[in-house]
Design a protein around this ligand. Structure first.
Ligand code: FEO
Length: 173
């Protein structure tokens, strides 16, 4: 049993996860355009992770008997000055997502909706890792500045990122 208010909030956030996926897919394309194949890989893996997040919300809502709604997708930015610019915008976006997850958790507590509280716990933990990864890369990029060799080393590191679908994932794309 889930309240209409709670399911509306979760549905709204589900759409935000889809927006995140689209945003990172475009960032992957932009990184590729800059000649940064490793960063393109990193953002593509991020896109796939966001699709998992989206599907987690989809599955939870449908398991609760909710019919989801997908309003028209909002256009995502497709102009970035540099890899540092992309990652700074990534961190700002993830901080906004963290804040939304916290608000959802607070709502679930207020409604004494224990199932939704448990469902959201995974996302609370996931957001710590997401923000930490971004901060780490931003710090390294600031250290190397405009040094092309340094940027290429970081690009190589970003190329090592591998997508790992969570156990029992509803989406194996
Ligand atoms: Fe799905 Fe990056 O938060």
């Amino acid at each position: 049993m889930i309240s209409k208010k709670m399911s509306d909030s979760l549905n709204s956030h589900m759409n935000l996860e889809l927006f995140s996926a689209n945003m990172y897919l475009v960032m992957s394309s932009c990184a590729n355009d800059l000649g940064l194949k490793g960063a393109a890989n990193w953002f593509f893996v991020q896109y796939r992770e966001e699709m998992i997040h989206f599907m987690k919300f989809y599955t939870y809502l449908t398991d609760q008997g909710v019919v989801i709604s997908l309003p028209a997708a909002k256009a995502v930015p497709d102009k970035y000055k540099s890899l540092l610019d992309m990652l700074q915008k990534t961190l700002a976006h993830e901080q906004m997502i963290t804040s939304c997850i916290n608000n959802l958790s607070e709502q679930a507590v207020q409604e004494k909706d224990h199932a939704t509280q448990i469902f959201l716990q995974w996302f609370v933990t996931e957001q710590i890792e997401e923000e930490n990864n971004d901060r780490d890369l931003i710090a390294k990029l600031k250290l190397v500045g405009d040094n092309g060799h340094g940027i290429l080393m970081i690009d190589g590191e970003m190329g090592q990122r591998v997508f790992v679908a969570p156990v029992g994932s509803p989406l194996a794309v």
